[in-house]
Design a binder for this molecule. Structure first.
Ligand SMILES: [Zn+2]
Length: 511
């Protein structure tokens, strides 16, 4: 397609920009479902070169009447799209339902169609290097594999809770209410805590299994050793969640607060314990060479949840250490969560966090390219997560300042993952005219159809798998994507890639 649009459409009041590729006519027509031209806009013949494309942006925001439309310019046309009050509602529900589909340790019923399966991974897990067995069933499968990892779980929980905080009204449908779904993960996380407060880094089999359904992975479960990154992330997520569940179930909220305090006590008494896969374990490592940002996030959340003097003091101390750096959001770097949440802190710590969020958002604004995103030519594995993370930070800056520039930039990140991109895909399975349809995701491969509502990792300029190496040689960064389940480096899915899109989408729906 040579005219790129958000394939899910736009709200009537949203700024609407199409991206045109190549040499095109002087005017672009907007046609309704009957083929009648309802709007004509001039096309600026200036071009921006990016990733092998010669691009012109055309604003058609004058289109505000609800309906279904296509764009036309010379011989080129766009996919059809809608202008509607809630164009993202179904997709948001599906993105949350994806977490339900990823549930481990329970039967999935007919509500999941061909993805129904009996309870999986229900056996006791053995603590690595010992004969001790622990019951750790539950939670969500992390990604295209069936591992369950604390570090990415904490990011996912934080994103979905932020989405709920930003716009609870956005969550009106789906298989489960969103706070029930997040609780499914929190209950599992609580089981991952040791009696001394430390938290096991992950529970997986020794290796990844083949492309089978979850209940068919029957190898022994192993709890990998504890880490301070996992323990601090756990403390932060539990402290944060306890505030959200206070009015829902006070006893559960109290349990989470106590678990957070125990985890904090452990990290306060221990030097960094950084995770590396122990011998014989070959599943995802989620290793991280620095735990200061996780400790900071935990201190901020405990300060917000418990008040008093000690946690705000700890938060200030950590802030002083790492305030000079940027504040990204990710599974390895939690400074962004500390900053976004810390904006609520009183005094200098809160001021510092608010300054941090604005600085980070301004840094992102400077990097916006012709496709509307904040990425450079280096697109990492899971680049769509970075796009959505950046959208979240921009949205947080908008919430803080109410400056339109930040909101419009956040919207561009959403438009990119939903169709305004160099490969013309809607990167969410089951949505848009050209949805990602062949994810690296075991149930989808086993059943021969893509589970709906999953965000693809998207372009990875490093060509980090054999399929990508074979199919994408010489492609510019933004086109290093192949919709093939064999390309795990460009087309896997993850709970913590869905989650920032949930937050970004919910935020924009309420703005
Ligand atoms: Zn399972």
């Amino acid at each position: 397609m040579n005219i790129q649009i958000n394939q899910l459409g736009y709200t009537p009041k949203m700024k609407k920009t199409a991206l045109l590729r190549g040499p095109l006519a002087d005017e672009m027509q907007v046609k309704n479902a009957a083929g009648e031209t309802v709007l004509t806009v001039p096309v600026d013949q200036g071009r921006t070169e990016l990733w092998g494309d010669s691009l012109a942006a055309v604003d058609f925001s004058a289109l505000s009447m609800e309906g279904t439309y296509t764009l036309h310019c010379g011989d080129a046309s766009s996919y059809p799209f809608v202008v509607a009050e809630s164009p993202y509602q179904d997709c948001l529900a599906a993105l949350v339902d994806m977490l339900y589909y990823q549930r481990c340790g329970c039967d999935l019923g007919p509500e999941t169609g061909v993805f129904a399966h009996p309870a999986c991974h229900t056996g006791m897990a053995r603590v690595y290097g010992t004969e001790e067995k622990v019951e750790v069933s539950g939670g969500w499968h992390d990604a295209g594999d069936y591992g369950r990892y604390i570090v990415p779980a904490a990011k996912t929980v934080a994103d979905v809770l932020l989405a709920w905080q930003w716009n609870p009204a956005a969550f009106v449908q789906g298989i489960t209410p969103v706070l029930d779904e997040v609780r499914w993960e929190l209950e599992w996380m609580l089981k991952m805590q040791r009696a001394d407060g430390a938290v096991y880094h992950k529970v997986t089999c020794a290796s990844f299994c083949g492309m089978v359904m979850p209940h068919e992975e029957t190898e022994a479960l192993i709890l990998s050793p504890v880490s301070t990154t996992a323990t601090a992330d756990f403390a932060a997520a539990m402290a944060m969640a306890s505030r959200f569940y206070q009015s829902v179930d006070a006893a559960f909220a109290q349990r989470m607060k106590e678990a957070a305090l125990q985890a904090w006590a452990f990290i306060a008494d221990n030097d960094p314990i950084l995770f590396r896969n122990p011998e014989g374990i070959r599943t995802g490592g989620y290793g991280d060479g620095y735990d200061g940002d996780e400790r900071l996030w935990a201190a901020v959340e405990l300060a917000l949840t418990c008040g008093g003097d000690s946690y705000p003091k700890a938060a200030r101390e950590w802030l002083a250490v790492i305030d000079q750096n940027s504040a990204p959001l990710g599974w390895a770097d939690m400074r962004g969560y500390a900053a976004i949440e810390g904006m609520q802190l009183p005094g200098e710590a809160g001021e510092s966090c608010r300054r941090w969020v604005r600085k980070e958002a301004d840094r992102l604004l400077e990097r916006i390219n012709a496709y509307g995103i904040t990425m450079t030519d280096y697109l990492p594995w899971g680049s769509n997560m970075d796009v959505c993370n950046h959208g979240m930070l921009l949205f947080a800056a908008y919430q803080l300042t109410h400056q339109e520039t930040y909101r419009l930039a956040a919207e561009k990140q959403l438009h990119y993952v939903l169709g305004v991109n160099p490969v013309s895909y809607c990167y969410v399975s089951g949505f848009g005219s050209r949805p990602m349809s062949h994810p690296h995701h075991r149930p989808s491969v086993a059943q021969g159809v893509a589970q709906p509502g999953m965000l693809s990792g998207g372009p990875c300029s490093g060509l980090a798998d054999a399929c990508a190496k074979e199919r994408l040689q010489g492609q510019p960064a933004g086109k290093c994507f192949v919709d093939d389940h064999a390309s795990y480096s460009t087309n896997e899915i993850c709970i913590y890639w869905n989650s920032p899109l949930i937050a970004l989408m919910a935020g924009i729906m309420g703005a």
